[in-house]
Design a protein around this ligand. Structure first.
Ligand code: SAH
Length: 347
């Protein structure tokens, strides 16, 4: 069987050459693009202004253009929604919808599973299945916007997977997501989180995008970082920080450092001092995340007093630090938890 064409992963230029190769007028591409990326169509049937014959051909030759929603959990506390989507090949991915004062945000997955192996993360448990295509990343935003019925203004690539290990697809996803002919989400409202894939952080810095880069730091020494995040053994901490400085120099965008606090692991006074020293003089922002305990992992969350003491210490040392609001705690909202639960029931 020949591979089906993934028209939803094409930018307007690519779609135009696909359409003209199929003997149709080029304006048809604009119409299709609008159906997919502005009206957020679920099927080719909805594209009623296309000739019926061409529509039938698209049905046959193109891969399905919408993700199937397998489950949704809605937090009674704060309205956070956690979605489980089924891919055409049977893999499942999860995405989260959150409401903030500044707008609605969706956290998307960039891979089915993850190869990075972070010790505190549920996504690492089953390993990597595969990269997501641009269409599969876009669809998480599209299906959620349609389901909630409100505009999504912010997108964070902080769900399952390492986005910088799926580089080309990530870039195409950002291009289409921020395109004026699509949802037109501002580049500044898009955040990509990485565990620190140095060569691709540098590559991203050179793309001249205005997106925010977030680095999962989680420890102030190379040793402790390697213990928490096995991938850290591939890149020296200093090289990772240099890549962050390079990103700031090239884009003018302040890098966010994510630091998940685990009780008795990385939340001591010494850790806070070490972190403040490591980051001193940088134009950056630290986002403290009380670790979300995962059943299969041994880590416990630091209590609120420890989190606040850690934050105070950073702030006193001139480091801009905030504590992430804990949304959706009642619905398995930690990375990979819902997906893990679903996969357990399939075995
Ligand atoms: N691979 C990327 C993006 C996915 S993880 C990265 O590593 O940045 C998104 C963020 O959630 C990362 O900072 C990750 O370390 C953090 N995270 C994963 N599991 C967590 C947990 N149980 N509690 C708190 N944060 C967690």
């Amino acid at each position: 069987m020949t591979e089906k064409t993934d028209i939803k992963s094409m930018n307007l230029d690519e779609l135009t050459s696909y359409v003209t190769k199929n003997g149709e007028k080029s304006f048809r591409a604009k119409q299709m693009y609008e159906w997919m990326h502005q009206k957020l169509s679920e099927s080719v049937d909805e594209m009623t202004n296309l000739p019926a014959g061409f529509r039938a051909k698209l049905q046959q030759e193109c891969s399905c253009i919408a993700l199937r929603q397998a489950d949704v959990q809605i937090s009674k506390k704060d309205g956070t929604r956690k979605y489980l989507f089924l891919l055409e090949d049977g893999n499942v991915i999860e995405s989260v919808f959150m409401r903030y004062k500044f707008g609605n945000s969706v956290c998307i997955s960039s891979q089915a599973g993850c190869a990075m192996g972070c010790r505190f993360c549920a996504s690492a448990i089953g390993g990597l299945k595969r990269n997501l295509r641009p269409s599969e990343m876009l669809e998480q935003v599209y299906r959620i916007q349609r389901d909630v019925g409100e505009r999504i203004s912010h997108v964070v690539v902080m769900g399952t997977g390492e986005p910088l290990d799926n580089y080309e697809n990530l870039l195409k996803f950002i291009e289409i997501l921020t395109d004026a002919n699509g949802l037109h989400i501002g580049q500044r409202n898009v955040t990509v989180s990485t565990c620190g894939i140095v060569p691709n952080m540098r590559r991203l810095a050179n793309e001249k995008l205005q997106i925010t880069l977030a680095l999962s730091l989680h420890a102030f020494t190379q040793e402790k970082r390697e213990y928490l995040m096995p991938i850290a053994s591939r890149y020296d901490l200093q090289d990772v920080l240099d890549a962050c400085s390079f990103y700031f120099e090239k884009t003018g965008r302040r890098v966010t450092f994510e630091y998940a606090l685990a009780k008795g692991v990385n939340d001591s006074n010494e850790d806070a001092d070490g972190l403040a020293k490591l980051l001193s003089g940088r134009n950056c922002h630290v986002n403290l995340i009380p670790i979300n305990p995962v059943k299969e992992r041994e880590f416990k969350e630091s209590g609120q007093p420890a989190v606040l003491a850690f934050q105070n210490k950073l702030v006193k040392n001139g480091i801009n630090a905030t504590v992430r609001r804990e949304l959706g705690r009642d619905i398995d909202a930690a990375c990979g938890q819902l997906r893990k639960k679903y996969m357990d029931t399939q075995e």
